[in-house]
Unconditional design. Structure first.
Length: 151
């Protein structure tokens, strides 16, 4: 287990980003923002592992789509687990800020495939809409404690 006083976090580069050959670019964006990748490993997650990773979102109606985003990509089931360390002298943003939101900023905006409004304009709704929006390139746990428990 990692010492909780150390500023580490983990990131999952999701299968949709791996499939689209964006993993290296995403890692470079974190490097440029002052984060140091210490460990990277390609893996295929099980349903139980994905459920644990997203357990803080269990009350969210889109919980099952979040889990699916780590395990159900048709063309690629590989995620990349990255252990990141914040370089306190150079890091300008937290990992959550670097990740950002698809509709605003950060990794998710830079590499997004879809915006909610664009999909709705195309008549996409319901489970298909939720599935497409869950493919948002990266996941970073919401808290350092959750990161420590996952590791």
């Amino acid at each position: 287990m990692i010492n909780r006083n150390t500023k580490f976090t983990i990131m999952f580069i999701k299968p949709d980003a791996v499939r689209d050959d964006l993993a290296e670019q995403i890692l470079n964006d974190f490097l440029e923002a002052g984060m140091t990748p210490l460990f990277c490993k390609q893996l295929e997650l099980s349903v139980d592992q994905a459920t644990m990773i997203y357990r803080d979102h269990a009350d969210n109606p889109n919980f099952r789509f979040a889990i699916g985003s780590l395990i159900e990509e048709v063309d690629c089931k590989t995620s990349i687990l990255v252990l990141l360390k914040k370089d306190s002298d150079n890091a300008l943003l937290t990992a959550q800020e670097i990740k950002g939101r698809a509709d605003k900023n950060g990794i998710r905006a830079k590499y997004r495939r879809y915006l909610w409004t664009e999909l709705q304009e195309k008549g996409i709704s319901g489970d298909e809409l939720s599935t497409m929006l869950s493919r948002n390139r990266v996941h970073i746990p919401d808290s350092d404690d959750h990161t420590c428990e996952i590791l």
